[in-house]
Design a protein around this ligand. Structure first.
Ligand SMILES: [Zn+2]
Ligand SMILES: [Zn+2]
Length: 117
């Protein structure tokens, strides 16, 4: 037995991420973000949770691929030595980041019929 624990939201493990400032966990179903001490239920590891967490992680990486996190400074970007990347990214990159942000905010796996707004 392992003592690894998972944060559960909408019945599925939340993804651990550094993409959002002040929120280290993300729910792929509803888009909820929470910090380490957020109210999400914490449960011990099971094989089902391991599989779910792996799937959620992949989904998140795909969806967040173009996201430029707030205040991000990339080590391989020359201009990032002076200011955050969002200040000098190209319009196209910012648009892609914006789209990724919207997708993430709505929840990657949200059922279309549940999206009432
Ligand atoms: Zn959720
Ligand atoms: Zn940069």
């Amino acid at each position: 037995m392992s003592d690894i624990e998972y944060k559960i939201h909408c019945g599925t493990p939340m993804v651990a991420t550094i993409m959002f400032s002040g929120a280290e966990y993300y729910c792929v179903i509803c888009g909820e973000t929470q910090g380490i001490f957020g109210p999400a239920e914490t449960v011990p590891e099971t094989q089902e949770l391991i599989d779910g967490a792996e799937r959620n992680d992949k989904l998140f990486k795909q969806a967040a691929g173009d996201l430029i996190p707030m205040g991000a400074m990339f080590p391989n970007c020359e201009q990032c030595r002076k200011e955050q990347h969002g200040n000098h990214a190209s319009q196209e990159d910012l648009k892609k980041s914006d789209e990724a942000h919207k997708l993430l905010a709505n929840g990657i796996l949200r059922e279309p019929q549940n999206a009432t707004n």
